[in-house]
Structures are given as C-alpha cells and as structure tokens.
Design a protein. Sequence first.
Length: 240
Amino acid sequence: MDIRGLTKFSLIDFPGKLSCILYAGGCNFRCPYCHNPHLVIDPDSQPQLSDNFIFSFLKKRMGKLEGVVISGGEPSLYSALSSFTEKIKSLGYLIKLDTNGSNPDVIISIHKNKCLDALGLDYKAPASSYMGLTGSRIEDIAERVQRTISYAIEEKIPVDVRTTVHRRFHTPEILSLMREELNAIGVPAWTLQQFHPTEIIDNTLSNEPTYSDAELIGIAKDIGCHTRVRGLKGSFIFNA
C-alpha cells in the first residue's frame, strides 16, 4: 500500500471506536472541495510510510486502539489493499474504509474476506451530475457508487453516507433530489457536512459564501428522512 499519512488517534472517524487513520495516496476523483489535495494531486510530496513502520505502530497500540480507518486519497485503487487489510485484521483490529465508492467489486471482495467492519462514503451529487462534480471519466460512476452503498446496506455493514455541502454545487433542491436517490437505495441516515475552508483543490471556493450552520440545519429539517448535519469539528450539530 502507498500510505502517505497517519493520524495516531481519533475519537470521531470510526464511530464508537478508538482508532487511528491511515491515508492512501492518489485518487481517481478531483472534487473541488477536497481537503486533502496533496494526497490527490501530488501524493509524492508526502513521505511514504513503510509497511514495517505501520505494523510496528499497530503492534504497539494493540489493546489501546480498537480500529483502523483506511482513508485517502482513495484506498480501493490499490491491489495490495486486500492483503493489507488481512494483515491488519490478523492483529485484532476492526477496519473501516473511507472510500468514494467507485470500485464496488473491491469493497465487496474485502468484505467477503471478513476484513471490513464499517464504511464511510461521500455521496457527491445527484447521479446526473456525478461525473461533472468529481471529474471522473467513468460513465457509470453514479451507479458504481450506489452499488457500493446498496451492498453495505444489504450486508448490514455500518455505513456513514455523507455529503460535503457547498452553496455553489448544492442548492436545497439538489440536496432534496439526492435524498430521493438515497431513499431509493435504502439509506436510512444521511449526513450533510459543513464545507471546510482550508487547503482545497479549488481555492476559489473559500472566497465564496456557503451555508451557515443554521441554514444547513434548516435544509436538513426541510428534507427530513433522518437527514443530519455535521459541523466543522466533526460532531453532529443536528441529529434528526
């Protein structure tokens, strides 16, 4: 695995578990509001962590940490992900993947190998706008993402389906349409996440107005259907 970063301790990224986060370099999306642009555009700018370093760290944290979050970038791009998760699992850790959902077969294979305990997945846009917002060249990208979500729901894998919201891309009407699409595939809870105006791929977004917490909560209330809001600190500020 091409791991380019490590957060040693997190209370929020794997719900209910004490975890660390590993960040894979590279991504097949170019979302304008991505807050890890260095991992997406220039992963070589970040020091690569060797497997020896990673597993030495994990062995030292056995009994202290409960889970490992593999994020990115996009971890499902790597053929080594299967053996990597097997090795982590052998140490007794629970595993959560943060994925863009573009490679459902990879996710399904890892789950069938009993190396997947939870998923985090950003639902970026309505299906008709998915290629445009993500910069993806995969014509059936929305269907792939929906298949990943559907599989998680069918197999009862805990899945955090969320959308990072910016006024430029997500009007209330667009968000309502996205909720309808998620309802159709059985998503019980959906989280609207506040846009984080830090280092991002499209820096012009930081200079444009977006929704306040109160406005986003109002949109969530109007949508209903267990639509929640997560603030900039990572905790829920509205939980329907």
